[in-house]
Write a protein that binds this ligand. Structure first.
Ligand code: NDP
Ligand code: MG
Length: 381
């Protein structure tokens, strides 16, 4: 079991649930980082006494410093602070719970420092999965997925001796708030509707990604990178109940699944206790009460982002980084009420077509592709 944990993005949905688990397991906290939520960070510093607390800006850091001047917590800010948090000597596991491409550099830094990564920040693997996985191998850093589907697969794979025996993964998908709607109906959905996820309470960006099904597209790519599989080996099924978190089919036709109530604290805890399992404060699954479990194919016409993500996965190179950067920019615009629901897809597709393709991008080229994708969205919205 890990002893001292750092959380990048501690004030967010995954960050707060990670602190619940850290409290439950009586672990130490190395560093906590956040964007602008100074009040919540100050409270977390009081509750968990980290060695280091990092805010996005100097202004927020100065405010925090003032609020916790009675505590022995060092305060820092910006990318430098984030990098220091990711590599802190005392920490053995870093939970990456920041949202977006912002997580890439600190995740790479934590890997190079040999930390275990509890990976929630899927955008990192989408943009630079091959690079991240190669560095993890080189530095012997374990990457344990926190995303519920990938944790489910991780758990199913514990029962498979040889990776060559895997035929395919089946990622389950709740279908989001707009399941069953046609393209025509989707033209008039509001932001408030999109923010109502049926089964999970999450940050705003991923909640919109769930509504467009881009989240499942990102997860297909995340799964390919984590488990080094081909696109054809990663299927998606809509499973409205979010009880089966994902499945692995082996070459003999056996299908293994991991089931549980929808609660991120189980995969978070496993990322810290693995290879052990211990009691977890989540509601236990009662199969007699969860009703029928259903599975259907996703509608890729009404939800073209999933198809686009699969196309980008097929293209490889910098295509996924371009798609991800454009999606982050478009979702931010949607959350500011500046564009409509389908504009997200149109802008992301436009960026993928416009930004020049690079076959084997290095880190600088990935960052530049991300920048160009965002620029495309801002100039075409
Ligand atoms: P939230 O939006 O709830 O939290 C994001 C965190 O990142 C907050 O701590 C926020 O700080 C911080 N942050 C935002 N902007 C910056 C910035 N510019 N600089 C530094 N820190 C910043 O997101 P979630 O917790 O929902 O998601 C986090 C990641 O986990 C995402 O990649 C998501 O896809 C993934 N994930 C989430 C799941 C969930 O259930 N929520 C499930 C599976 C994966 P502040 O609030 O202080 O601004
Ligand atoms: Mg998920």
């Amino acid at each position: 079991m890990m002893k001292c944990v750092t959380i990048l993005g501690s004030t967010g949905s995954i960050g707060r649930q990670s602190l619940d688990i850290i409290h439950h397991l009586s672990l130490k906290v190395g560093a906590l980082t956040a964007g602008s939520n100074v009040e919540r960070m100050a409270q977390q510093c009081r509750d968990f006494q980290p060695e280091l607390a990092v805010m996005a800006t100097e202004e927020a850091a100065l405010q925090l410093k003032e609020m916790i001047k009675d505590l022995p917590v060092r305060v820092s800010w910006g990318e430098e602070g984030l990098m220091e948090a990711a590599t802190l000597e005392s920490t053995d596991c870093v939970i990456t719970a920041v949202v977006g491409m912002l997580g890439l550099k600190p995740t790479l830094a934590a890997i190079r420092a040999g930390k275990r990564i509890g990976l929630a920040n899927k955008e990192t693997l989408v943009c630079a999965g091959e690079l991240v996985m190669a560095e993890a191998e080189k530095y012997g850093a374990e990457i344990i997925p926190v995303d519920s589907e990938h944790s489910a697969i991780f758990q199913c794979l514990m029962g498979v001796g040889n990776k060559k025996e895997v035929r395919r993964l089946i990622l389950t998908c709740s279908g989001g708030p707009f399941f069953g709607m046609t393209q025509e109906q989707l033209k008039s959905v509001t932001k408030a509707d999109a923010l109502k996820h049926p089964n999970w309470k999450m940050g705003a960006k991923i909640t919109i990604d769930c509504a467009t099904l881009m989240n499942k597209g990102l997860e297909v790519i995340e799964a390919m990178r984590l488990y080094k599989l081909l696109l054809e080996q990663v299927d998606v099924l809509i499973h409205r109940q979010s009880i089966v978190h994902s499945m692995v089919e082996t070459v003999d036709g056996a299908v293994m699944a991991q089931l549980g109530t929808p609660d991120m604290r189980l995969p978070i805890q496993l990322s810290l206790t693995y290879p052990e399992r211990t009691d977890c404060p989540v509601e236990k699954l009662d199969l007699t009460k969860c009703g029928a479990l259903t599975f259907v194919e996703p509608d890729m016409e009404a939800f073209p982002c999933l198809k686009l993500a699969r196309d980008c996965a097929k293209l490889g190179g910098n295509a996924c980084a371009v798609m991800n950067g454009a999606n982050e920019a478009a979702v931010a615009l949607y959350l500011e009420d500046k564009i409509g629901f389908y504009d997200i897809y149109t802008l992301v597709k436009g960026a993928v077509d416009a930004v020049p393709y690079i076959h084997k991008p290095n880190l600088e080229e990935i960052l530049e592709s991300d920048r160009l994708a965002r620029e495309y969205v801002m100039t075409h919205c």
